[in-house]
Design a protein around this ligand. Structure first.
Ligand SMILES: Nc1ncnc2c1ncn2[C@@H]1O[C@H](COP(=O)(O)OP(=O)(O)O)[C@@H](O)[C@H]1O
Ligand SMILES: Cc1ncc(COP(=O)(O)O)c(N)n1
Length: 289
């Protein structure tokens, strides 16, 4: 895999915005996004949409940020700092999704604008705790997904959004077609939740090309933040100028390595880890001029 270049000391890195929730346990959400972005040579800027009270065993509650405050964070950083790509994660409610959609239109984020947007339609944590109000699913379908340059649901999110139970390649293809039909430029159906399989396959579709990405399944219970890490790596690669299929290829390998490097934490599920990059001897070679 060709890693994304790190900036030379003192040089301004490319910037990526994450609009998402915080995880007090540091495993998922904005914390996972920021870790992956840093190790992909990206300066992360953030719009906090919700604060979760979370650890390795679950989410006990969350606090929603007022929608206008979420939108103002986006305005503040896009105008001053400038970004090459953005991603959304936990958005919690219809009101926040509406505010995010409005500000995306205003600043040119998403498939209708000039800055690519990766939409991770987060509905629940891996522990099954809700991160989205149930009445916000329609806003995910009809307001959020149509903004997406790439939408990246896991199989539980696919079921909630499309009603399709993905059990094999045929149902995964049907789901990708439906997600594209909802308005996403590219749909990536992630196979991480097909636990019985020996491999982990994600399917990417843009209305024409159906591209599958397969890696061996990593046997680990420490997979907290895998989806955020994948979406953050896609957004980072897009900001570095890669095409969507190239960005997904890169991110799939990135998350596989982060799963292989995951560590134990607390009493529950530990986080996937991008720290493996810190010990790479060839990091200097990855520096951009
Ligand atoms: N055990 C695993 N081994 C290899 N790849 C995995 C494994 N679990 C998840 N993945 C991959 O990690 C990414 C995130 O997947 P998934 O776990 O489905 O997302 P989420 O964290 O949103 O539930 C996908 O590319 C998926 O294929
Ligand atoms: C704030 C926040 N955002 C996203 C997730 C999903 O991650 P996972 O599926 O690993 O629980 C999470 N648990 N918390």
């Amino acid at each position: 895999m060709e890693l994304l270049p790190l900036p030379r000391t003192g040089r301004t890195p490319v910037r990526v915005l994450t609009i998402a929730g915080t995880d007090s346990g540091g495993g998922a959400g904005i914390q996972a996004d920021s870790r992956t972005m840093a190790l992909c040579g990206v300066h992360a800027v953030v719009a906090v949409a919700a604060v979760t009270v979370q650890n390795t065993v679950g989410v006990s509650r969350f606090h929603e940020i007022p929608p206008d405050v979420v939108a103002d964070q986006v305005r503040a950083v896009v105008g001053d700092i400038g970004i090459g790509a953005a991603k959304t994660g936990m958005l919690a409610s219809t009101a926040i999704i509406d505010a995010v959609a409005d500000v995306c239109g205003e600043v040119g984020l998403g498939r209708a604008g000039s800055i690519p947007l990766v939409v991770d339609p987060v509905c629940a944590s891996m522990h099954g705790d809700s991160l989205l109000r149930p009445d916000a699913l329609d806003a995910v379908r009809h307001t959020l997904i149509p903004l997406a340059t790439v939408v990246t649901p896991n199989l539980d999110e696919v079921r909630l959004i499309t009603g399709i139970d993905v059990i094999d390649d045929t149902t995964a293809r049907r789901a990708a077609e439906l997600l594209h039909h909802l308005g996403a430029q590219w749909a990536l159906v992630k196979g991480g939740h097909l636990r019985g399989a020996a491999t982990s396959t994600d399917l990417l579709y843009d209305g024409d090309r159906m591209i599958s990405y397969t890696r061996p399944r990593v046997a680990t219970g420490n997979d907290h933040g895998a989806g955020d890490t994948l979406a953050a790596a896609i957004a980072s690669a897009l900001a570095h100028g890669r095409s969507v299929p190239e960005a997904v290829e890169f991110a799939k390998e990135w998350v596989s390595r982060c799963l292989a490097a995951a560590y134990d934490l607390g009493a529950g599920h530990g986080p996937v880890s991008p720290f493996w990059r810190l010990s790479r001897p060839d990091n200097r070679a990855g520096c951009s001029e």
